[in-house]
Write a protein of this length. Structure first.
Length: 263
């Protein structure tokens, strides 16, 4: 169990990130490319990403210096408490620099190597999803509600979401994704971490992703599982290290999607 003081601290970290990020949204800002030599995938980063992570790290270092930290922009810092904060302050930087709201701040707390708390925060909309201690809540404008995925027994009745199947999938992965997308009732692309919150709310049924890093997925696991959903790799195993990821609201459709992905 994660105690109330630690949960409150996690909320403060999300608040801290939002304060840094909001002034940069829909502004003309400098964009750097972390993608490396020409021809690699464009991997943008801005001062919103970097400044928010620096701010979060400063709070952790000051108030919980025994905790470890892993962040997308500034790497890993060892700790002694058995707890590690995993940070991606702007998950969906491509959407961010495009002026779209489908991005969020991801904050996770791992306990003994397993994500035990996860926050998806959209600081411009004022929306926050938090999964912890087996439950997921949605918070907006002072209102809180428990979230639950919706039932969906058949792939043919499912709504499928994915950030971008062509930018992040290899040839074999695209073939597997195509088998799923040809079966479902409807597909929607775009969304990054935000679509995982929508799955927890019961507005879609399946999400298929790949090329995740640990900071991309750690916060999503408690949010999906706390709402009663399932999140695994494409083989049905643990996805907390990143790589391929499938999230579903219903175990029946999850099993069917895994079979389609495998061919």
């Amino acid at each position: 169990m994660i105690d109330a003081a630690t949960i409150a601290f996690a909320h403060r970290l999300a608040d801290t990130a939002g304060e840094v990020i909001r002034p940069y949204f829909r502004r003309r800002i400098d964009i750097d490319d972390k993608g490396g030599p020409k021809g690699e995938v464009f991997d943008p980063v801005t001062e919103a990403d970097k400044g928010a992570e620096r701010a979060i790290r400063a709070v952790i270092d000051r108030e919980r210096p025994e905790d470890a930290i892993l962040g997308e922009e500034y790497g890993e810092k060892a700790g002694t408490s058995g707890l590690r904060w995993v940070l991606d302050p702007v998950d969906g930087t491509r959407a961010f620099i495009n002026g779209r709201h489908e991005w969020g701040s991801l904050i996770s707390l791992e306990k003994d190597g397993r994500p035990a708390l996860g926050i998806i925060d959209q600081p411009v909309l004022g929306e926050r999803f938090i999964g912890v201690n087996g439950k997921t809540k949605f918070m907006v404008r002072g209102i809180e509600e428990d979230l639950h995925v919706r039932p969906c027994a058949r792939v043919e009745d499912a709504i499928l979401c994915c950030t971008h199947p062509y930018a992040y999938f290899g040839a074999e992965e695209r073939a597997g994704f195509r088998r799923v997308s040809e079966k479902v009732k409807m597909s929607r692309f775009g969304g990054d971490c935000y679509i995982f919150g929508l799955l927890a709310m019961g507005f879609c049924d399946v999400i298929v992703e790949s090329t995740f890093k640990r900071w991309d997925v750690a916060a999503l696991i408690p949010v999906i599982e706390g709402a009663g959903g399932i999140i695994t790799n494409w083989q049905g195993g643990d996805c907390s290290d990143g790589g391929q990821c499938v999230a579903s609201g219903d175990a029946r459709v999850h099993e069917a999607v895994l079979k389609l992905l495998a061919g």
